[in-house]
Design a protein. Structure first.
Length: 267
């Protein structure tokens, strides 16, 4: 793959407070190759560091969300016995997930088509998933003799429970959109012809909300996986007081009393 092709392998743009990050190897169902993992990490990092960005959307170009590692690349590494390069690729995936899980903005996975292996794990690491009715998802790692990575063994049991997670990982099966919604992998499923419009509407809705309130809520929900009730009650109090003192809370309460739509400025 040429340098030019890899330069376009992850696209990123910001529109109206929304960072759109797109895996862009549609001819390979957005399978990861070359430095694509690093480019994804950098796109997430730039969006996370921008005061302009209130929401991120991660999606795939063409008919797939992402199918994980490019098997042709894996075959080449295996043939050359290149363990060192393979380990660097695994570490690059770790860095993507660590950065993704640390960002303050809400992150939507817009699952437009098949999400398999690392592509599925990437979707699971987002805050929630909106899927096309044509989408599917699967932890397919063992189909090629590999172990789940990209944080899948952390995120999956927390979404569907340990028993269901074991069944999905050990069978490696693909799950269609209807079942994925039923078992908690997808939060919303949208008809394919309405998918892009629905994602845009949801992103715009979140971008219009008070950033501090969303940021603190996201932090609290993440902490609740590990903290006890007293810790969460104290965190809620501290974050609630910070929100109460913000200009956005004043705007929200004033707009409610004046029966108008609030305009939140992140202050």
């Amino acid at each position: 793959m040429s340098v030019t092709e890899m330069a376009d392998s992850v696209l990123s743009r910001v529109e109206d407070g929304v960072a759109w990050i797109t895996l862009n190897r549609p001819d390979r169902l957005n399978a990861f190759a070359g430095d694509m993992r690093d480019r994804l990490h950098d796109a997430i990092d730039r969006a996370a560091s921008s005061a302009e960005v209130r929401v991120m959307v991660i999606t795939g170009a063409g008919r797939g969300f992402g199918t994980g590692a490019d098997v042709e690349v894996m075959s080449d590494l295996l043939g050359r016995g290149d363990d060192a390069t393979f380990e660097r690729l695994v570490q690059s995936g770790m860095w993507v997930i660590r950065r993704l899980r640390s960002v303050e903005q809400p992150v939507i996975a817009a699952v437009n088509g098949p999400a398999a292996g690392a592509g599925a794990a990437l979707a699971l690491a987002c805050d929630f998933r909106v899927a096309s009715a044509r989408a599917s998802i699967g932890l397919t790692f063992n189909r090629i003799g590999l172990h789940p990575d990209w944080g899948a063994t952390y995120t999956l049991p927390r979404l569907v429970g340990p028993g269901r997670a074991a069944e999905l990982v050990l069978t490696g099966r693909m799950v269609d959109a209807e079942e994925a919604a039923r078992i908690g992998l997808f939060e919303r499923v949208v008809p394919a012809d309405q998918f892009e419009e629905a994602v845009r509407a949801l992103a715009a809705e979140l971008a219009a909300k008070p950033p501090m309130a969303l940021r603190f809520a996201k932090q609290s929900l993440g902490a609740s996986l590990h903290a006890d009730l007293d810790a969460m009650l104290n965190a809620e109090r501290e974050r609630q007081m910070a929100c109460f003192r913000s200009a956005d809370a004043k705007e929200g309460i004033t707009a409610f009393n004046e029966k108008r739509t609030p305009v939140f400025r992140g202050e």
